[in-house]
Design a protein around this ligand. Structure first.
Ligand code: SIN
Length: 299
């Protein structure tokens, strides 16, 4: 039998690389690392180059004890490139590219923002390349975020499945996620404008297996939130395949999980990993701020 949960030994090496200006401390076997020795307000070009390398290598990195305001967050994000589009919010006052991700202690919600496995804004023609989250207030327990390494998940498919899916294009749209939120909450997270809403619902077609523009790694581009169809297939044909792939990509062995603390800045490579926010801290406030970097057309 080979239909058991996968143990990906030897398929991905999450050891830290040797750096001169930063230190990386791996978080899990599958992905993730803490970066120490860096203040993102003052990081120089040499350390920034190493931090970028660590981000691409570990897929998700985090830094503790960052005393940054929205302006610092924006400046650091801009070092990676222009801001990405956020379909959901207009940003905080005076900082349109800094998106609040806040749940109040009194809020009760069956579906929270980011509360299912997803890759950010996959419905855009150019989804963000990199996303960041900065934590201000964190519950005493709960509210963790998990990430899944979709390069590793791709490598753990059989060569036959890899060949079969290689030419396919996935339809990424917010339509199903939107409907789920309305069913569970009675309303969906509002979009920043009617145009943003139409774009998110119409969505975009992207390669189901995408190639990282810097590292050349191949990754599954699929999730349970936005992957709603496959170009040229009927829904009856695409649904079983997408259901399998969305479950495959997020299985435990491919993930890491972060216990937040205030003052953490997390960055992830949105092209090659998925993430999932936990909705398990009713009665406590959680306050984070997100920025994204504009990505390329997936290839
Ligand atoms: C997100 O999907 O960007 C939010 C993740 C989180 O709140 O943990």
């Amino acid at each position: 039998m080979d239909d058991v949960r996968i143990t990906p030994s030897g398929q991905f090496d999450n050891h830290a690389r040797e750096y001169a200006h930063i230190e990386a401390r791996p978080l899990a076997a599958a992905m993730g690392a803490e970066i120490v020795g860096v203040d993102v307000r003052t990081i120089d070009d040499a350390a920034f180059a190493e931090l970028s390398d660590a981000l691409f290598h570990h897929k998700m990195i985090y830094l503790r004890g960052q005393a940054i305001d929205h302006g610092d967050h924006e400046r650091f994000t801009r070092r990676f490139g222009p801001f990405g589009t956020d379909a959901y919010t207009k940003g905080v006052d005076g900082h349109p590219d800094v998106q609040p991700v806040i749940k109040e202690a009194a809020t009760r919600s069956k579906a929270i923002f980011g509360g299912s496995w997803h890759t950010d804004s996959a419905f855009l023609p150019r989804p963000p390349s990199i996303s960041t989250l900065f934590s201000v207030e964190i519950p005493p327990f709960g509210g963790d975020t998990a990430w899944a390494n979709s390069v590793l998940a791709y490598r753990m498919l059989s060569p036959t499945m890899q060949r079969m899916i290689a030419p396919l294009r996935v339809h990424m749209s917010a339509v199903a996620n939107f409907a789920t939120q309305i069913r569970l909450n009675g309303a969906a997270t509002p979009f920043s404008s009617d145009d943003a809403r139409s774009q998110a619902i119409d969505g975009a077609y992207h390669p189901l297996v995408r190639t990282h523009p810097v590292t050349g790694e191949q990754a599954l581009y699929v999730d349970e939130s936005y992957a709603v169809g496959i170009e040229g297939m009927t829904a009856a044909e695409s649904r079983p395949l997408l259901t399998f792939l969305a479950a495959h990509v997020t299985q435990h062995a491919f993930t890491c999980r972060l216990r937040w603390e205030p003052g953490m800045l997390v960055l992830w490579d949105n092209r090659i990993c998925l993430h999932h926010a936990s909705n398990d801290y009713d009665g406590y406030r959680r306050e984070l701020y997100r920025t994204t970097v504009e990505g390329e057309v997936p290839a």
